[in-house]
Design a protein around this ligand. Structure first.
Ligand code: SF4
Length: 319
C-alpha cells in the first residue's frame, strides 16, 4: 500500500457545512505474504475503509495498492475487467456480524456454494458440492450442518459458515473485519485458532482488523495501530506489546484488563472522543487527547520514523 488515501465528499446539512472526509489519509504499509497482519484502532479510525480499499471495495482517491503473487503483479487501482474478476477470486472479506451476513432463506450448502456459482468457478453441481464439502470439513461443519438454515446455529458456528464461504474460492488474501467482535470470549479463541490453522493449511495472508488489542496480541505477527485515518505505530507484535512507543498505543494497551494486582488502576484513560475526520486537529492528529502533548504537538506533525528494525512510529517524543 503506497501513500493511499480514501476521501469522500460529504454534503452540508442543517448542522453544518459539508467537506471532504479523509477516511484514510496517506497510508503506506506492506503486508508480507503468509503473514497474519493486525490493524487496530477505535471505531471511526478508518481501519475498515483501509481494508475495503485494499480489496477494491472502497474508492482509491490517491496512491496505489499493489498485489503480488507468483503469477501476477497487479496495480489494484488499474485492473482490467478480467484482472478484477481474478482479483475478486484471490481476495475475500469475512464480514463483521455472523448474524446479519448470512441469508436466512438459504441453506448452509447454498450459502457456501454461492461465490463458486456467481464466479462460475466449477463445471457442474457435483464439483460445486465437492468443493463445498471440502471447505466445510476444514471449518468443522458436517453434512448435516450443510442441509440446515443459518437460524439453527450459534454465533460461533455462523462465523465458521462465513469463513467457509470466504474460503471456498481458495483465496490467497483475506480481510477479517472484526470477525470475532460479536462472539463470547471462549468462542473468539475457537475462531482465532481456526483462522490460524487455515492460514497455515491453505497458505493465506490475513489482514485482521479489530478494535481490541487483546484479540490481536496472540494472533498477529505484525500490528499497525490506526488513529483518525493514519497509522501511528507499526511493529512486530511482540515488540509492540512489550515496548510500545506511541502514547496512543500505550493507552490502548493499558486499558486491557490485567490479572496482575500490581497493574490494577494503571490504565491510562483516553479523554474525549475521537475528533471528526472532517475537521482533523492540526500538527499531531492525536494531540487533543494525548497525555504527553507539548506545545509543538499542535503545530508540527510528527514524522513517521523507524526507531528500531521494523518498528515505526510518528511521535515527537517516541524516544
Ligand atoms: Fe502525543 Fe505529541 Fe507524540 Fe502526538 S507528537 S503522540 S501529541 S507526544
Amino acid at each position: 500500500v503506497n501513500r493511499l488515501s480514501v476521501h469522500y465528499g460529504v454534503g452540508g446539512n442543517l448542522f453544518g457545512k459539508g467537506g471532504v472526509l479523509k477516511a484514510v489519509d496517506d497510508i503506506s504499509l506492506e503486508i508480507p505474504r503468509g503473514s497474519f497482519f493486525g490493524l487496530v484502532g477505535e471505531s471511526g479510525s478508518g481501519k475498515t475503509t483501509l481494508g475495503r480499499a485494499i480489496l477494491k471495495a472502497a474508492p482509491i482517491s490517491e496512491g496505489e495498492v499493489y498485489y503480488k503473487d507468483e503469477d501476477v503483479d497487479y496495480d489494484v487501482g488499474k485492473l482490467s475487467k478480467s484482472e478484477l474478476k481474478d482479483y475478486r477470486k484471490r481476495t475475500q472479506l469475512i464480514f463483521q456480524d455472523p448474524y446479519a451476513a448470512l441469508s436466512p432463506r438459504m441453506t448452509v450448502r447454498d450459502i457456501i456454494a454461492e461465490p463458486l456459482e456467481v464466479m462460475k468457478l466449477t463445471k457442474n453441481r457435483a464439483e460445486t458440492d465437492e468443493r463445498v464439502r471440502e471447505i466445510a470439513a476444514k471449518c468443522r461443519l458436517n453434512l448435516e450442518h450443510l442441509r440446515r438454515f443459518p437460524h439453527a446455529f450459534s454465533g460461533g458456528q455462523r462465523q465458521r459458515i462465513s469463513i467457509a464461504r470466504a474460503l471456498v474460492c481458495q483465496p490467497k488474501f483475506l480481510v477479517a473485519d472484526e470477525s470475532v467482535a460479536a462472539l463470547d470470549v471462549s468462542i473468539q479463541a475457537d475462531i482465532l485458532n481456526l483462522l490460524k490453522s487455515l492460514q497455515k493449511e491453505m497458505d493465506i495472508t490475513f489482514l485482521f482488523i479489530s478494535h481490541d488489542l487483546s484479540v490481536v496480541a496472540h494472533t498477529c505477527d505484525v500490528v499497525a495501530v490506526m488513529y483518525l485515518g493514519a497509522i501511528v505505530e507499526m511493529a512486530p507484535s511482540r515488540e509492540l506489546f512489550t515496548a510500545p512507543k506511541h502514547p496512543y498505543t500505550k493507552a490502548l494497551l493499558s486499558a486491557i484488563p490485567s490479572l496482575d494486582p500490581d497493574d490494577r488502576g494503571k490504565a491510562q484513560k483516553l479523554e474525549g472522543e475521537i475528533p471528526s475526520p472532517l475537521n482533523k486537529p492540526s500538527g499531531c492528529r492525536f494531540h487533543t487527547r494525548c497525555p504527553m502533548a507539548a506545545a509543538r504537538c499542535s503545530v508540527d506533525a510528527p514524522v513517521w520514523r523507524e526507531h528500531s528494525p521494523s518498528h515505526f512510529t510518528a511521535c515527537h517524543f517516541a524516544e
